[in-house]
Design a protein around this ligand. Structure first.
Ligand code: HMG
Length: 407
């Protein structure tokens, strides 16, 4: 892993922040990450298809992928991440739960309500689900900052959780993954103040989507790459038009990482677009978790941020540039300032433990799990596999049932 370069000069407030605004700092107070029970080595996947493993390890920048057990899904990972977070922060002040996902488990009910019950959250909260491919959690975080600007005493629990699933033997298969990031958004946050300037780009494009009757995503791989890069440069231009800082005033980057090589391509494109020299040392550390998780869709960029905050020692006062991309497509570029005490909230050991606790899955078992479809006309009881605190117990009367495992 390349070490980050020396810290640049001290930072300045965002040009769109008036002194009054900058007093009302809002952002990420704390965050926690969870993943699934199994792990698949991409070397094994490569071997099974006669592919050079370096295509995955170097060409895509991925080593491993998380694979959920039959009794895991977005709800169980989300509840695990949120429990870890709330054990530290408590629930006081939370009046909104925003659950961002593109692998929803119901067409109507928010996955957040299952988490609400599992975590015994108070009834005096609004709970909803947010969807726009991998961008959903960024929309949720931005909405949360608006809620808190209006009611500074409130806090918002934002959870991003996804299972990335492509067809077996497709080119997208090595970019699958699973994970969740839970964040507490609050005034005067301990980790990252989100600055006001934000650049947006939306366009209707069929680069990646998942029809209602499909368990796997459909993708035009080449188009998805150009759509991502075009969204980045358009969002950057809008960010500057909105008064965003010059590229030289951004000290680190974390971008959406469907596979980590994609973020390398993105930073290179941003450098070409702005004329700045943007070396990979400005984002390399953000790849640390995602290289071993795979694509976690809505959680991906935030897992990149978690890695930066957990593993870089000299970020206090530094500005991080974040680029969120969700196929279909919406992109947003925005920035945040790392807070002085961020190092006291680190979770590197806990994330490492979660990654190492995963149980390797062999190719035949993985393929069998991948192809499994739950019947829609009978009750289902799932086998007990996960060691996580929550499990998907099955389906009764066509409703999903979740339970605590006691772990
Ligand atoms: P592919 O066509 O199989 O791969 O699929 P390739 O032939 O383009 O090779 C990939 C890279 O490996 C290339 O590097 C090769 O040169 C290199 P590049 O030229 O791009 O830098 N390579 C090797 N390197 C070392 N040793 C070797 C070797 N062989 C080849 N032996 C593709 C690639 C990404 C298209 C595919 O995996 C895919 O379709 N993935 C899913 C879509 C995706 O992730 N798109 C990213 C942008 S869209 C997005 O981020 C949104 C998303 O997260 C969804 C959402 O928003 O909800 C996906």
């Amino acid at each position: 892993m390349t070490q980050p370069g020396p810290a640049p000069a001290p930072l300045h407030p965002h040009p769109t922040d008036s002194p009054e605004d900058s007093m009302q700092a809002i952002g990420i107070h704390d965050l926690a990450l969870a993943t699934a029970h199994h792990v698949l080595d991409l070397g094994d996947l490569a071997e099974s298809t006669g592919t050079d493993p370096n295509k995955y390890r170097i060409g895509l920048g991925q080593s491993l992928m998380s694979v959920p057990a039959p009794d895991e899904d977005i709800v169980t990972m989300a509840a695990t991440a949120a429990r870890t977070l709330l054990e530290r922060t408590g629930t006081e002040g939370i009046r909104t739960v925003l659950f961002a996902t593109e692998s929803g488990v119901d067409q109507s009910k928010s996955a957040g309500l299952f988490v609400h019950k599992l975590l015994d959250l108070p009834s005096t909260v609004r709970v909803l689900e947010v969807k726009q491919a991998c961008y959903g959690a960024t929309a949720a975080v931005q909405a949360a900052t608006g809620i808190i600007a209006r009611n500074p005493g409130e806090k918002v629990l934002v959870i991003a959780a996804d299972v990335a699933k492509y067809a077996l033997d497709s080119s997208g298969e090595p970019t699958q993954g699973a994970g969740a990031v839970a964040m507490l958004i609050a005034a005067d946050p301990d980790l990252l103040v989100i600055e006001r300037g934000s650049g947006l780009s939306s366009v209707d494009v069929d680069d990646f989507w998942r029809p209602n009757d499909s368990a796997v995503a459909l993708v035009d791989g080449a188009l998805s790459l150009t759509a991502y890069l075009d969204a980045l440069t358009s969002a950057w231009d809008d960010y500057r038009d909105q008064g965003g800082v010059a590229i030289e005033e951004i000290d680190r980057f974390t971008m959406h990482q469907p596979f980590t090589k994609m973020a390398r391509k993105a930073l290179k494109r941003l450098g070409q677009h702005t004329g700045a020299e943007l070396g990979d040392e400005l984002q390399e550390v953000s790849f640390t978790y995602n290289r071993d998780l795979g694509n976690t869709y809505t959680a991906s960029m935030w897992a990149g941020l978690a890695a930066l905050l957990d593993l870089e020692d000299d970020l206090a006062g530094r500005r991080i540039g974040l680029f969120s991309y969700g196929s279909g497509a919406t992109g947003e570029f925005f920035t945040g300032i790392v807070q002085p005490g961020y190092r006291s909230s680190r979770r590197a050991a806990q994330v490492q433990e979660a990654l190492e606790a995963r149980v390797p899955i062999a190719l035949p078992e993985y393929r069998e799990l991948h192809a499994r479809v739950l019947p829609s006309d009978t009750d289902v009881e799932t086998e007990r596999v996960t060691k996580a605190p929550y499990r998907f117990a099955g389906i009764r009367g066509r409703a999903r049932v979740y339970e605590a495992t006691g772990a």
